[in-house]
Ligand binder design. Structure first.
Ligand code: PEP
Length: 269
């Protein structure tokens, strides 16, 4: 354990981000298959497992996961509780459907839909106010990494994203480090790159909320995680789990990842 940390339990966490994939019918089939896999080989205890389907399948997946140790999450949210915001979904609508966590500031929202740090911060605060946990995504582009700006970029995104909340209990926040160049590209970051950024993010969290806070916040890695590379990442001291896109779409692959994470040594370095 390094001096900068306090030893605490950080329950490993894996969240599948389906993005704009799966109809209600295929979402139902995914849940049924995951249920069968769980009956054959129970999903590991001692870790937390979530699925973030499209809004249109939240109820189907919520029902389909009811008997499984898997919670429901959402991919995005608006910050206002209600009002004239055509096409948007309010935090209370997600918690009403049983969502426990909400992904905020995913790089696809930032880069394809112009999501600003200001909006991300409002969403983080709104998710917390609604009693859910934000999964705040940060990550650099390839150009930013090449220009040696990775630390500056992720620090800025993290500080601004948390700018409208008090740190509070560490379990009320999850951070996901997702290098943009690794998302959906098959180019996973190396364990050294991941550990370096995760350790840095934990230092930034410590400067925001103190050592105990930083030691308790889970920091997930995301970016082309697959069964073939997950084990080498799961053992890293500052990696507390994964945010998984493509490899979460098939129940068998997702279950394999869950078992890999569940079998990794306890985090809490
Ligand atoms: C993601 O979109 O959060 C993600 C990590 O995608 P993928 O696993 O497909 O790279």
């Amino acid at each position: 354990m390094s001096e900068r940390e306090v030893s605490v339990d950080r329950t490993p966490l894996i969240v599948g981000n389906w993005k704009m994939n799966h109809t209600r019918a295929t979402a139902r089939a995914f849940c049924a298959e995951l249920g069968e896999l769980h009956a054959e080989r129970p999903l590991p205890a001692g870790i937390e497992i979530g699925i973030a389907p499209p809004f249109t399948s939240l109820d189907v997946v919520g029902d389909g996961l009811a008997e499984l140790p898997v919670f429901l999450a959402a991919q995005d949210v608006h910050w206002e509780p209600s009002g004239a915001f055509t096409g948007e979904i309010a935090p209370g609508m997600l918690s009403e459907l049983g969502c426990r966590m909400v992904i905020v500031g995913h790089s696809e929202r930032r880069h394809l839909f112009g999501e600003t740090d200001e909006r991300v911060a409002r969403k983080v605060a709104a998710v917390r106010d609604a009693g859910m946990v934000p999964i705040l995504c940060v990550g650099e582009t390839e150009d930013e990494r090449d220009a040696d700006r990775t630390r500056a970029v992720v620090e800025s995104q993290l500080r601004k994203g948390l700018g409208k909340i008090q740190p509070g209990a560490p379990e009320r926040l999850v951070v996901a480090y997702e290098p943009v160049w690794a998302i959906g590209t098959g180019r996973v970051a190396t364990p050294q790159q991941v550990e370096e950024v995760h350790g840095f993010l934990r230092d930034v969290l410590a400067s925001i909320g103190g050592q105990a806070f930083a030691g308790g916040v889970r920091i997930l890695y995301g970016g082309s995680v697959k069964p073939g590379n997950a084990a080498g990442l799961a053992v890293l001291p500052h990696v507390d789990g994964f945010l998984v896109g493509g490899a979460s779409l098939e129940a068998s692959t997702f279950a394999e990842l869950v078992h890999l994470l569940g079998g990794a040594p306890e985090t809490g370095a």
